[in-house]
Design a protein around this ligand. Structure first.
Ligand SMILES: [Ca+2]
Ligand SMILES: [Ca+2]
Ligand SMILES: [Ca+2]
Length: 124
């Protein structure tokens, strides 16, 4: 009987430990947004890229991975988010807009009249 009680005691300790870990696993989901949207400098997902995990009201202070300015420069994008992402021709989500639906890609903004145009982005 004493052995059985000890086993049960250990099981209880393990159970408590698992419960304590659970909130840590979900914290990442409720905290920072997923980095699920990517833009590229050039059509066909080429040259420098930028990954977004939230809105950006002004591209002028952000460069592509290549080091070049990402302002008025996006030409293709992939939206792996579960929500639409909206790009705007001016800062602060103003001017002409173009959006990528959730879980969609566009290899060339040129046939959408949005080449080298985006200055801000939201939808997160
Ligand atoms: Ca910015
Ligand atoms: Ca470009
Ligand atoms: Ca297009």
């Amino acid at each position: 009987m004493r052995k059985l009680a000890l086993s049960l005691g250990l099981a209880a300790v393990c159970g408590t430990a698992l419960i304590a870990v659970a909130p840590v696993a979900t914290a990442s989901e409720t905290g920072a947004q997923a980095a699920c949207f990517t833009l590229w400098d050039t059509a066909g997902y080429k040259d420098g890229s930028r990954v977004f995990s939230g809105n950006d009201s002004d591209f002028s202070n952000n460069n592509w991975s290549s080091g070049k300015s990402s302002n008025n420069s996006a030409n293709s994008g992939k939206n792996a988010c579960s929500h639409n992402v909206y790009m705007y021709a001016e800062t602060s989500y103003a001017g002409q807009s173009y959006y990528l639906q959730d879980n969609s890609v566009d290899s060339d903004f040129g046939n959408n009249g949005f080449s080298n145009t985006a200055e801000s982005l939201n939808g997160f």
